[in-house]
Design a protein around this ligand. Structure first.
Ligand SMILES: Nc1ncnc2c1ncn2[C@@H]1O[C@H](COP(=O)(O)OP(=O)(O)OP(=O)(O)O)[C@@H](O)[C@H]1O
Ligand SMILES: [Mg+2]
Length: 206
């Protein structure tokens, strides 16, 4: 079992979007996927509840015992914005991979700077037991703010995986309990191409 933590102490940066889409992607490849919703808002859990019967199952950690959880191929944890330093430490130590979504605004970059500094200090990260990958979220291509976000990510010292554009298909997929990979919308090709480096990074670490 491999564990992916999706985290950033900045609220609304795209954690649930990243976690649910990754879960849907890996499930449709045939992997046994468990989604663990650590957020009191339970957005990931409500996405699971909306999932139609015809798509690959994603299990809710809440419904599984410890041994069933251990038998999963991947556990993907969606975390809340408000996470204490102690909880961050514990969650990072437990994870094989940490995905950090970052939205392109001065507020998001400012808040994420502190979070990345915390991550860099974590023993598991320093000892290369836990790997960190950054993903730009809700990016408007060819804007100054997209450029500023990319510069910030490049200078962080962490792996920069991709920049996912702002697209209504994320909103539609979320409403339907789907990942964008499971939508029958032909306009999603650009978005899927943007996901390739993220899914490659995840699978390389399996
Ligand atoms: N690439 C995208 N294109 C369009 N909308 C997006 C994209 N990524 C995220 N969103 C939207 O941005 C909003 C915030 O995303 P999301 O809920 O995933 O963030 P979060 O970090 O989980 O928030 P919270 O801290 O409240 O848990 C949602 O309405 C989501 O649909
Ligand atoms: Mg969320």
């Amino acid at each position: 079992m491999r564990r992916v933590l999706v985290a950033n102490t900045k609220g609304g940066c795209g954690k649930t979007t990243l976690a649910t889409n990754l879960a849907g992607y890996l499930a449709q490849l045939g992997h046994k996927i468990v989604l663990e919703d650590l957020d009191r808002q339970q957005s990931s859990a409500s996405w699971l509840a909306r999932r139609p019967a015809h798509v690959a199952t994603v299990f809710n950690a809440e419904d599984l015992g410890k041994s069933a959880l251990q038998k999963a191929d991947w556990v993907i944890a969606d975390s809340p914005g408000a996470l204490s330093e102690k909880k961050i430490s514990d969650a990072v130590a437990e994870a094989d991979l940490v995905l950090v979504p970052i939205a392109p605004s001065a507020f998001d970059i400012g808040a994420t700077q502190d979070f990345l500094a915390l991550l860099a200090e974590e023993k598991a990260v320093r000892k290369h037991k836990t790997f960190v990958g950054l993903v730009g979220m809700r990016v408007m291509p060819r804007t100054h703010s997209a450029e500023r976000l990319l510069t910030f990510m490049d200078e962080s010292g962490f792996a920069v995986l991709s920049m996912l554009r702002s697209s209504q298909i994320y909103v539609t997929a979320a409403e339907e309990g789907l990942s964008i990979f499971e939508l029958s919308n032909t306009l999603k090709e650009v978005d899927i191409a943007q996901w390739n480096p993220v899914t490659d990074w995840i699978l390389q670490n399996s």
